[in-house]
Design a protein around this ligand. Structure first.
Ligand SMILES: [Zn+2]
Length: 284
């Protein structure tokens, strides 16, 4: 059961859930509420809006998107607030508004390689047919950075990119030390093989660390990350990068090197990271 909880003085949080519902946040200031990410469907958005109402929080004055993927944007029309989006995200919303989202159209796009089976499967679960998808368009468009003064609290949106999506943005709430990461740390899913590249991941890790946040919200995390758990994840990612720099490294050699470098047997996360980084050499 998804419920809203208070993450920090000005931020409310609903964790990610099945089938592919991302975490959602509300930043609450004296001048208004900002919703972070627009939910995977009208029903998902409604759940969040109803929880806000039950907590006597004013309905969102704006909703800001972390990136264009369906599960982060399909609920925007139901929210009904002006949509804030990075320029590339806004362009993708225009493309999506011109597409058909019924099962046959989705299957055809998966067949042509335009859509991926992972998203098709999850759209079918989140939104059984008959499916009415409304793609809200961006009202406020920015390029690199946008700052919102919500009254006693600010939200700074930064384009960070990365392998997962070129338009990936993070939202920093400096007064509360909260950083909303969206899906930026995840692998590239719109590719023939899921992967991560050293060239995109390493600068992104530096950028994330540079905010000095104490609470982190990952797009599909079931709970927020503390500074310690995020530092641990970043260290794991850096170690996985360090043992896969040579494009000729085999998976076995990288796993052995990882254990030698970190003193830990690679866990499932480390194994996945190493596999994704090795696969990434083909896309560098
Ligand atoms: Zn995504």
């Amino acid at each position: 059961m998804l419920t809203l909880s208070r993450l920090s003085p000005h931020v409310l949080y609903m964790p990610a859930d099945d089938p592919d519902r991302p975490a959602l946040c509300a930043v609450t200031g004296s001048r208004g509420t900002l919703m972070l990410d627009a939910a995977a469907s009208d029903a998902h958005a409604r759940l969040f809006l109803d929880e806000l109402r039950d907590e006597d929080i004013p309905a969102p004055r704006f909703v800001a998107l972390t990136h264009w993927h369906w599960d982060h944007v399909f609920g925007a029309a139901e929210i009904g607030a002006p949509v804030i989006a990075q320029r590339q995200t806004a362009a993708q919303l225009r493309v999506m508004a011109g597409q058909s989202w019924d099962n046959a159209a989705l299957a055809a796009r998966v067949q042509s390689g335009e859509e991926i089976a992972f998203c098709e499967e999850n759209i079918l679960l989140e939104l059984p047919e008959p499916r009415h998808v409304r793609i809200a368009q961006a009202d406020i468009v920015f390029d690199g950075h946008l700052s919102l003064d919500l009254g006693g609290v600010t939200c700074e949106i930064h384009l960070v990119g990365g392998d997962h999506a070129a338009d990936a943005c993070v939202m920093h709430i400096p007064e509360d030390g909260v950083l909303v990461l969206g899906d930026c740390l995840y692998d590239a899913i719109y590719a023939p093989v899921r992967h991560l590249t050293h060239a995109k991941l390493l600068p992104l890790l530096d950028r994330i660390a540079s905010f000095g946040a104490s609470v982190f919200v990952e797009g599909h995390g079931r709970e927020p990350n503390s500074a310690d758990s995020m530092a641990e994840l970043i260290a794991k990612m850096r170690a996985a990068c360090a043992v896969t720099t040579d494009s000729a490294t085999s998976s076995d050699d990288a796993l052995t090197a990882y254990e030698r470098v970190t003193g830990h047997v690679p866990d499932e996360d480390a194994r996945e990271l190493i596999a994704a980084l090795i696969a990434g050499h083909a896309f560098a």
